[in-house]
Design a protein around this ligand. Structure first.
Ligand SMILES: Cc1ncc(C[n+]2csc(CCOP(=O)(O)OP(=O)(O)O)c2C)c(N)n1
Length: 562
């Protein structure tokens, strides 16, 4: 016989779970220690919401389920915002949520765990009894992994304290991927074969290197341009046909090209209001196609003319094979531009040259509002883009500032961007960045925060210092909830509730043990250059005093969705 906590830890680590984030109380003390005893790394956060965001970001970058260990009652409720973000993002995450014993009806810690989990969009699960605890835990882990779900597994204290015999965990091959049906795949091939201006829009469901390869090959064979949703930013980096992000963050040329597409194919992409800029990036005559492994996702955010249910890579491979048997009509001689590449849809030599100089926001002219006392957030971001090593991960919090790092800091690939914005919560960015830094110590992690979000999640600075993470934390500090200021200010509303006196974030960060610098102009960034050369084992916080004369235009987009 063995303790249930030991059996669960053995089963989960045996399935590959090796990193667990959490805050330990009496209810999850033993199970966490058992996970450690079975070889898992435990990362103690300072707030359960921070632990949840760390586990979420870690899982996104590690590509396998994160574990989150929570005390019963307030341990779970404190974590709810981070869990909701993970659930909405379809992050594979297993939450080990201690719960009161079945008979403890008057316990202060009693809450309806299953109802709370379901209310966030997570999937509830429970250890039903000591005898079946391993089965329940294994099923929950596999559901998180194979169905990309955030699963909240309630661990009642009486079941945890029970004993069981080790039942063993049956080996299982990887979950089968869904191949597309021949009909819709053929229709897509036919559409692409005659498309004059095809654009691919890859989303979270295509966010991996093997999907990139097959999508690029298919795009090559039909002349498609390659864009992503914000969640998959970086996927096509290095391709001359990369348009970067579609939607509110798209640069003017990119918006123009996407809106002029005659066939727009969403690959593992929900085609939501952000990615389509409230539909304005879908031209009136554009044929919209959506490929997704879940039938329920097709057409959920907007009508599509063709839905293909299937795994992204398998579908792209199948369509490529069909296209190779269905050669494109050669363009009529009169239509051929001397710069055109042969038989290639949207692509031409002239367009390739334009993409090289007009896709990036930093190449779009703007009037610099820096005045020596405060720095324009665009100039700050461009200066950081020049200063920071290319091998980076940019993790972004929510707020008016969020477009600056998202669009002005380039990233090396799809793992270079950690965008925890499915719930649009402020305050998750720092913890997300810590989870990313733990998953990818080979890269420099850059947390980009507003001063509001930074102060909301600030307790995790202690975690970053304790873990000796050499990360860059840049705060776009406008001493306000800028999003609200710019939303309500123009209509003359009082703004006292959303403005704050200056807080010396550099001094606060030094108090936690970080390096820190206050930046009012580009030259103030020199200490960051020195820090990057030395890379000491602690974070550096850049408190950038940014100009905030007007709201960012993507913020106006955001409020249209409210
Ligand atoms: C948890 C949470 N509380 C409140 C909001 C509403 N909200 C959205 S943006 C914002 C202001 C954020 O301020 P800051 O982090 O300083 O960034 P800024 O907008 O100034 O760039 C607020 C309060 C939210 N999205 N999430």
């Amino acid at each position: 016989m063995m303790l249930v906590t030991e059996a669960i830890a053995r089963a989960l680590t045996g399935l590959g779970a090796d990193t667990v984030f959490g805050v330990v109380g009496s209810g999850n003390f033993h199970v966490t220690n058992q996970l450690i005893a079975h070889g898992a790394r435990y990362v103690a956060a300072r707030h359960e919401c921070g632990a949840a965001s760390m586990a979420d970001a870690w899982a996104r970058l590690a590509g396998r389920p994160g574990l989150l260990s929570l005390h019963q009652g307030p341990g779970l409720t404190n974590a709810l915002t981070g869990i909701t973000e993970a659930a909405k993002s379809r992050t594979p995450l297993l939450v080990l949520a201690a719960d009161v014993s079945a008979g403890a009806v008057t316990s202060n810690f009693r809450i309806d765990v299953a109802a709370i989990a379901a209310a966030t969009g997570a999937t509830p699960a429970r250890l039903q009894s000591a005898g079946f605890a391993v089965d329940d835990a294994v099923r929950a882990y596999r559901m998180a992994r194979d169905e990309r779900r955030t699963v909240v597994l309630a661990l009642p204290l009486d079941v945890q304290a029970g004993e069981c015999t080790w039942p063993g965990v049956a080996e299982e091959g990887p979950a089968a991927l869904l191949a597309p049906a021949a009909g819709p795949a053929g229709q897509l091939a036919t559409l692409l074969a005659s498309a004059a201006r095809p654009v691919f829009l890859a989303g979270r469901g295509a966010r991996n290197a093997s999907a990139r390869l097959v999508l690029e090959r298919l795009a090559d064979s039909c002349g498609a341009l390659l864009a992503t949703s914000a969640a998959a930013k970086g996927l096509f980096r290095g391709s001359p046909w990369d348009l970067d992000v579609s939607g509110g963050f798209a640069s003017p040329l990119v918006a123009e090209l996407i809106a002029a597409a005659d066939v727009l194919v969403g690959w593992g992409c929900s085609l939501n209001m952000w990615t389509t800029r409230h539909g304005s990036l879908v031209g009136p005559g554009t044929t919209v196609v959506q490929v997704d492994c879940e039938a329920a996702a097709i057409g959920r955010h907007r009508p599509v003319q063709l839905g293909v249910v299937g795994d992204v890579a398998l579908t792209a491979e199948a369509v490529t094979a069909l296209l190779e048997h269905e050669p494109r009509e050669p363009p009529a001689a009169a239509q051929v531009d001397p710069g055109d590449l042969p038989g290639t849809g949207y692509r031409s030599g002239a367009l390739r040259d334009r993409l090289a100089t007009e896709v990036r926001w930093r190449d779009v002219r703007f009037d610099d509002t820096s005045d020596g006392d405060r720095i324009d957030p665009r100039s700050l971001s461009i200066a950081l883009d020049d200063l920071l090593p290319a091998e980076r991960i940019v993790a972004v919090d929510s707020g008016n500032f969020m477009g600056y790092p998202s669009m002005f800091l380039s990233v090396p690939d799809q793992d270079g961007f950690c965008f925890t914005q499915a719930y649009q919560s402020i305050g998750l960015g720092l913890a997300s960045a810590i989870g990313a830094a733990i998953a990818r110590p080979d890269r420099l992690t850059v947390a980009a925060l507003g001063d509001g979000g930074a102060l909301m999640g600030i307790s995790e600075l202690e975690t970053a210092v304790r873990l000796e993470l050499p990360m860059v934390i840049v705060v776009y500090d406008d001493q306000a909830y800028g999003a609200e200021v710019h939303h309500f200010g123009p209509d003359g509303y009082p703004l006292d509730t959303v403005r704050f006196p200056a807080a010396d974030l550099a001094a606060i960060a030094r108090g936690f043990g970080c390096d820190a610098v206050t930046v009012r102009s580009r030259t103030d960034l020199e200490p960051v250059r020195t820090w990057l050369q030395a890379r000491p084992p602690r974070p550096i916080l850049i408190d950038a005093q940014v100009t905030a004369d007007r709201g960012a235009w993507w913020l106006e987009e955001a409020f249209r969705g409210h």
